[in-house]
Design a protein around this ligand. Structure first.
Ligand SMILES: C[S@@+](CC[C@H](N)C(=O)[O-])C[C@H]1O[C@@H](n2cnc3c(N)ncnc32)[C@H](O)[C@@H]1O
Length: 206
């Protein structure tokens, strides 16, 4: 059971104040391209990535309340203005709050791997999910996925080749273990310190 912390932060949008799909320019006060990170954890990746791209608006979502709180605190320390945080499940968020073809990029870093074979169907990222999430990417929009889990990385790399309407930005590699311009999240750093390799996958919607 999650301990529910009251999040009182200008970065946080409580569930009842999340906008309708067309409402994001009013939230940010401009209509810059919109980017989403699913499962932002403590927000270290989004803080660095948003700082690199002041010309884009970022929505960091996680259904982990404490993670949303940590993310908001971190964003405050970095004095960023182009990020908002929401505590919500990813598919519900897309369906209720995002315009179709409205995103310039989707980032998913180290999603829960569900390592036991009988639990694998609980994984967030599978072909059906990517086809659905892809409907929220604008043409030219980027899909980034990273995991430390060999089986998850190979599985996503394999099915992505067959998802229509996407090109592999890392071709001829199906995945890479290094992405020099990509910030490392807390979990990536933890797993790398344990000697594990990260699988980075990057596709673009055509
Ligand atoms: C293993 S953590 C990784 C956190 C961070 N991305 C990192 O790399 O450090 C996975 C995060 O994804 C969140 N998460 C998993 N499935 C989700 C979903 N369907 N919708 C929203 N958040 C989700 C979890 O609450 C958790 O905070």
């Amino acid at each position: 059971m999650q301990r529910m912390i009251e999040i009182d932060s200008p970065f946080f949008i409580p569930p009842e104040r999340l906008p309708l799909p067309a409402g994001w320019p009013a939230v940010f006060g401009n209509d810059r391209p919109l980017v989403m990170e699913i499962g932002c954890g403590i927000g270290d990746f989004i803080a660095r990535t948003a700082a690199d791209h002041p010309d884009r608006n970022f929505i960091a979502i996680d259904y982990y309340n404490k993670g949303c709180d940590s993310t908001c605190r971190r964003l405050g320390r970095h004095a960023l203005t182009n990020v908002r945080v929401a505590r919500i499940e990813a598919r519900q968020f897309m369906a209720e709050h995002l315009p179709k073809e409205g995103l310039a990029a989707i980032y998913i870093n180290c999603p829960d791997p569900w390592p036991k074979k009988r639990h694998r169907k609980r994984r967030l990222v599978n072909r059906q999910f990517v086809e659905y999430a892809g409907t929220y990417l604008a043409p030219g929009g980027d899909f980034y996925f990273a995991t430390d889990f060999d089986d998850y990385g190979r599985d996503v790399a394999a099915f992505m080749q067959a998802v229509p309407g996407f090109v592999n930005c890392l071709a001829p590699d199906a995945y890479r273990h290094e992405m020099p311009d990509y910030h490392l999240s807390k979990y990536m750093q933890k797993f790398m310190a344990e000697g594990k390799s990260i699988y980075f996958i990057h596709y673009r919607k055509v």
